[in-house]
Design a protein around this ligand. Structure first.
Ligand SMILES: Cc1cc2nc3c(=O)[nH]c(=O)nc-3n(C[C@H](O)[C@H](O)[C@H](O)COP(=O)(O)O)c2cc1C
Length: 204
């Protein structure tokens, strides 16, 4: 496995041997190129538990997740092609093949779905944000476990045919596809950021 940077973590669920939390948060990087193996059962359990620790106003648990792995990834590719053909019947066979291949870019994909609950004090935007926080927690957990991950959306995340294919209810939304696997090749260089560019005291 290519190094994701940092300490070699113990992958057992909830392991105290995993990468230090601050090191993991400051070193997380998306990994566009992923290969097998995907997370093992223990790692996947940890990643799922991390999702469920997301901040969540009124503890509505406004989310659910679908795991797509193995041959199901091909079914998802077919769903993407069927959806795209509905919107763009002129797609060439080559374009269809390229789209079909997108779901094979990782051994495992977690579909993050925001499922809004009725609550007088928690608007839908907050519930979407909570589902987004769950996705980010999964990215962080994957990185801390030495795995690669990438959050993707694209037009397929918003296509009614794809939503139907996943069995989404009318009010449900796809917040993202979290691709998970082993980093293929060299880990991406971290972008340097200066907090002073984004944070300021108020009033100045
Ligand atoms: C909601 C959301 C959707 C995204 N969708 C895509 C996508 O479809 N394709 C893509 O290349 N990156 C997408 N990204 C960005 C990557 O996940 C990643 O954050 C970006 O490449 C920056 O890399 P970094 O996470 O290592 O800083 C998305 C990010 C978010 C938050």
């Amino acid at each position: 496995m290519a190094s994701g940077g940092g300490a070699a973590p113990d992958s057992s669920p909830g392991s105290v041997g995993s990468m230090n939390a601050i090191e993991a948060l400051l070193g997380r990087n998306s990994a566009p190129r992923l290969e097998a193996p995907g997370p093992d059962a223990g790692q996947l359990d940890t990643i799922c538990r991390a999702a469920l620790r997301a901040a969540d106003h009124a503890l509505l648990r406004p989310w659910r997740f679908l795991i797509v792995r193995g041959e199901s990834r091909r079914k998802l590719g077919e769903l993407f092609v069927a959806a795209s053909l509905e919107s763009a019947p002129e797609m060439t066979v080559a374009e269809q093949d390229r789209l079909r291949g997108k779901t094979l870019r990782a051994p495992l994909i977690i579909v993050v779905i925001a499922s809004h609950r009725e609550h007088p004090g928690v608007p839908g935007i907050e519930q979407d944000l909570s589902a987004g926080a769950a996705a980010q927690n999964m990215l962080n957990a994957a990185h801390a476990l030495g795995l690669g991950a990438m959050w993707r959306t694209g037009s397929m995340a918003y296509h009614p045919r794809v939503k139907r294919g996943f069995g989404l209810g009318g009010e449900e939304k796809i917040i993202g596809f979290v691709y998970l696997g082993t980093i293929s090749g060299k880990a991406k260089t971290l972008r340097e950021e200066d907090p002073a560019d984004y944070f300021a005291d108020w009033p100045a």
